[in-house]
Design a protein around this ligand. Structure first.
Ligand code: MF3
Ligand code: CO
Ligand code: CO
Length: 275
């Protein structure tokens, strides 16, 4: 039995395991935080070119978020010391910014989570560095479609399994593998909260979606097998078979009629090429 709780106060939220049903104030706060996440990802577009170090991209993210009144949620989160995760090629997620420079032909995910007025806006997008082979561009395109199909399935009365199934069906029809080891998550005043948002599943299973729920959908899709491996740094997740991996993430809220996306690009930049 799924536990739901209606959240009305402005007080710091507790991680109770219950799924929170938020009100209008939370949706307004999430729209602002989500817009800052999207603007941060927009800002990076001209910088995602060969020769740029991932640490430099991370510094741009920090400076932009702070200049706009936010704080990167990942700074100091479980010992993580950067403002973004930057995941290149076969890195599935949680790539750590560093001296590594971008090379032409690579596909790169940047994941940012500004906290603005206490609310978390969590979003990631793929970028193409220089000319990228069609095989990799296709993975990126199908991964974006997977995210949007999941979002289309997210409405009151539907179940988490419907979202998962929409994603899994599209990925597997394209003979891609859907990563099982990482999920989307509830968020709001907390970064990671109930419910767990899986990206593979069966229709009609899992918690029912209700107006007021706020969560991310963030499918990680591999050209090869779904299996991942954690590197010795304790963060970087890579595909076990070293195949390319892509991911897009939006933060959304369930409304009476469907859902709202908090992290839409004000420039309309949904998937690459961004221009
Ligand atoms: N932004 C990631 C997510 O989508 C979480 C990153 S946590 C970090 O949930 F510590 F690795 F940065
Ligand atoms: Co997330
Ligand atoms: Co994220």
């Amino acid at each position: 039995m799924t536990d739901f709780v209606t959240v009305t106060s402005d007080a710091p939220e507790a991680r109770t395991g219950a799924i929170k049903l938020h009100g209008a104030a939370a949706f307004a706060g999430m729209h602002k935080a989500g817009r800052l996440a999207a603007e941060t990802l927009d800002m990076l577009v001209p910088h995602m070119v060969p020769g740029v170090a991932t640490a430099e991209i991370d510094r741009l993210v920090y400076d932009f978020i702070v200049a706009n009144g936010g704080v990167p949620a990942t700074l100091g989160y479980r010992g993580y010391t950067h403002s973004s995760c930057i995941s290149i090629n076969h890195v599935v997620c949680h790539g750590i910014p560093g001296e590594r420079t971008l090379k032409a032909g690579e596909i790169v995910n940047v994941d940012v989570t500004p906290i603005l007025d206490g609310w978390h806006g969590d979003s990631s997008r793929m970028y193409l560095v220089g000319d990228v082979p069609i095989r990799a561009r296709r993975l990126v395109e199908v991964t974006y479609e997977c995210l949007m199909l999941g979002i289309e399935a997210a409405r009151p009365g539907a179940h988490m399994g419907d979202v998962a199934h929409a994603i899994q069906r599209h990925a597997e029809r394209n003979r891609y593998g859907v990563v099982r080891d990482f999920c989307g998550h509830g968020l709001g005043r907390l970064f990671h909260d109930a419910p767990e948002v899986v990206h593979v599943g069966r229709p009609g299973t899992g918690p029912e979606l209700r107006p007021g729920m706020i969560f991310t959908i963030e499918p990680m899709i591999n050209i090869g097998r779904p299996d991942v491996k954690l590197l010795d740094d304790g963060w970087t997740a890579v595909t076990r078979d070293r195949s390319l991996s892509a991911q897009f993430e939006h933060s959304i809220g369930i409304t009476d009629s469907g859902c709202e996306i908090f992290t839409l690009s004000p420039k309309g930049w949904t998937q690459p090429p961004y221009q």
